[in-house]
Ligand binder design. Structure first.
Ligand code: HMG
Ligand code: MG
Length: 298
């Protein structure tokens, strides 16, 4: 059942940087995107079109999207929570937009200020407009195993959200462990629930590494045939509405795992480590990637 190749979506410029307290200059974000594409990433989540009062770090979304010199064959995605965000984003020609909902009511309220049902009502016209404009649509599903406010989340609630996403025309979904509390069997149950509405080619794993389980969860998803994964170079990140949550699993660590398993990624690990070293230096802290630290210590 194990795939022979995987597609990695680096969410570092967005998920990775959104929680940084100090403003990261747009030029640095643009350079990070350039380094990621040079390393062979074919999908990069660049920024989000959300309220700058809520997430000040993403206020430079236009500047960043306009500043990227696009590489052929690379898909640039952005987050759009509502029509206002979509209309702002569309001017910057994203290849894919991402609507983001949660399996937990409390997280939906804290993150996007509305209930799950209301969020779907807001997403529906966004999805419709994007599809009509030839822009791909992904749906991020937060808190699919645990919620910082509600605790454990039952797989049925993931299935419910996946069904709602499918119903409004979302093409593929991310099964996200927002706060990194998941363990393999729980993550597999969340994926299993999603499989009732999306096939395996349209499900990606989005694992945060707060409890050090993200690589195990990645492997568990691989065993089910999942071959799309989101990760952040240097393990950057955390969600501003999920206190204590650390970054996504580091892209370098996922690449090392895949190559060790004989699974193709299309990514040059050395160049990726350089990209991670660049952003870590800019942020003034060591890389969150164990693989990067090991390779740099050599
Ligand atoms: P709201 O306050 O409910 O929106 O926020 P509203 O429609 O009532 O508008 C209030 C104000 O926000 C107005 O401005 C709007 O113009 C403005 P004012 O008149 O007060 O000056 N506004 C916007 N401005 C810019 N862009 C927009 C936009 N919409 C309204 N799109 C909203 C609703 C969703 C906008 C808000 O709650 C928000 O921005 N939340 C931030 C959500 C976020 O970015 N979270 C982090 C990303 S999700 C994540 O990290 C999880 C993920 O990685 C998966 C995982 O790990 O789980 C994806
Ligand atoms: Mg995330």
């Amino acid at each position: 059942n194990m795939p022979s190749k995987v597609r990695l979506i680096d969410v570092g410029p967005r998920d990775g940087l959104q929680n940084e307290k100090q403003p990261v200059p747009a030029t640095v974000k643009i350079e990070l995107v350039h380094r990621l594409q040079a390393a062979g990433l074919k999908e990069i989540e660049v920024t989000s079109y959300v309220s700058p009062k809520w997430v000040p770090q993403m206020a430079d979304n236009h500047e960043v999207m306009q500043g990227v010199t696009r590489a052929p064959g690379v898909r640039y995605s952005v987050l759009t929570p509502n029509l206002k965000g979509y209309e702002a984003a569309v001017a910057d020609r994203p290849d894919e937009i991402v609507v983001f909902g949660a399996a937990s009511e409390a997280f939906s309220q804290k993150n996007i200020n509305c209930s799950i049902a209301e969020s779907i009502e807001r997403f529906a016209p966004v999805v419709q407009a994007a599809l009509a404009a030839g822009i791909a649509v992904r749906g991020a599903m937060s808190c699919t195993v645990g919620c910082p406010y509600e605790g454990e989340i039952a797989p049925e609630r993931v299935g419910y959200l996946a069904g709602l996403m499918k119903g409004i025309g979302v093409q593929r979904v991310d099964v996200a462990d927002t706060i990194g509390v998941g363990t393999p069997k729980k993550v597999q149950a969340a994926i299993e629930a999603t499989l009732a509405h999306f096939d395996i080619d349209h499900i990606s794993g989005h694992f945060h590494d707060t409890y050090g389980q993200a690589l195990s969860n990645t492997y568990a998803a691989l065993q089910m045939g999942v071959w799309n994964f989101q990760s952040s170079v240097a393990g950057l990140g955390g969600c501003p509405y999920a206190k204590g949550a650390t970054g996504n699993v580091a892209t370098e660590d996922v690449v090392y795992l895949m190559h060790g398993l004989g699974i193709a990624t299309g990514i040059d690990l050395d160049k990726l480590v350089d990209a991670g070293a660049y952003i870590s230096e800019q942020l003034g802290r060591p890389s969150g990637s164990r693989v990067a630290r090991a390779l740099m210590a050599k």
